[in-house]
Design a protein around this ligand. Structure first.
Ligand SMILES: [Zn+2]
Length: 287
């Protein structure tokens, strides 16, 4: 993704490398306990162990197969250039709620994208697994899961044109079937704090914050706004789908090889995952 308009003063402020002992007290205790953080963490680790996973690589294709096997009704949706989205769905009635994450990593030598790629993908897979086990009310909407290919740009000077290669075609084809879109991007940062990106739907964001507070994850979603972030939710916003992007852009290792297991934590992945799962539970019961 790319920040169009910086919001907070310094998006690169924290020194993550030295903070390994400081995170436990910063995140809320796990009171939700529906989201299986340990299993999500194992799926994050699996992706990092694959190594760099740029769109079109053999590692990316291996990961796509892994994702497809773990999504309910998992299947591929072909994209131009030999790329593929991986799509799944928990069936329901009416317009769907989409939960998305990108599974490709930025094509930089040695870059494994623990936060930028693996975290959102792992969280999406675990949300799908946990929701699948829950009893849902009659008339609950379908929940659709999309692992987007090719989010990262091939030319950073034209992010919208050369990136978002999975979400643009998907939105063009399916936006009319959607009532909301929830994008999971930087959700595992060790020092987690996710403000609202300025283009994210305020009403849906308020529901996310309320859900987070309910399950003890409120500290991870401070009452702050950041600048507009262009990301896989942008093509959906342009087509009128209320969308939110969970992205903690105060991330010193953005597109740097230090975005590895030392930059992320199981606690962060769990804290944000509990909030997302609770939000989806509530959207399912009030729709
Ligand atoms: Zn990236």
């Amino acid at each position: 993704m790319v920040v169009l308009k910086p919001g907070r003063s310094d998006p690169q402020e924290p020194a993550l490398a030295a903070s390994s002992t400081a995170t436990a007290s910063l995140v809320a205790p796990d009171r939700g306990n529906r989201f299986d953080g340990a299993r999500a963490w194992a799926m994050l680790e699996y992706q990092v162990e694959l190594g760099p996973r740029p769109a079109g690589s053999s590692e990316s294709r291996r990961l796509a197969a892994y994702i497809r096997a773990r999504l309910p009704r998992g299947r591929y949706e072909k994209l131009p250039g030999g790329l593929r989205n991986v799509v799944g769905e928990i069936p329901g009635k009416g317009k769907a709620i989409l939960v998305g994450a990108h599974y490709d990593t930025k094509d930089i030598p040695g870059f494994v994208g623990a936060n930028d790629g693996a975290g959102g993908t792992a969280q999406m897979l675990q949300v799908a697994a946990d929701l699948r086990r829950m009893k849902r009310p009659a008339g609950a909407p379908p929940i659709r899961f999309v692992a987007f290919d090719g989010e990262e740009a091939t030319d950073d000077a034209d992010f919208y044109g050369t990136g978002l290669r999975g979400s643009k075609p998907y939105a063009r084809k399916h936006a009319k079937q959607l009532q909301a879109m929830i994008l999971l991007d930087f959700v595992a940062d060790k020092d987690l704090g996710i403000p609202r990106d300025a283009s994210s739907d305020p009403g849906l964001w308020a529901k996310l914050r309320a859900a987070a507070q309910k399950v003890g994850s409120g500290d991870a979603f401070p009452a702050l706004d950041q600048g507009t972030v262009e990301d896989d939710h942008t093509p959906f916003i342009r087509r009128g789908v209320p969308s939110i992007d969970l992205i903690d852009f105060v991330f010193a290792c953005w597109h740097k090889t230090c975005d590895d297991l030392t930059a992320v934590s199981e606690q962060s992945l769990d804290t944000s995952g509990e909030a997302v799962l609770e939000l989806l539970r509530e959207l399912s019961s009030t729709a």
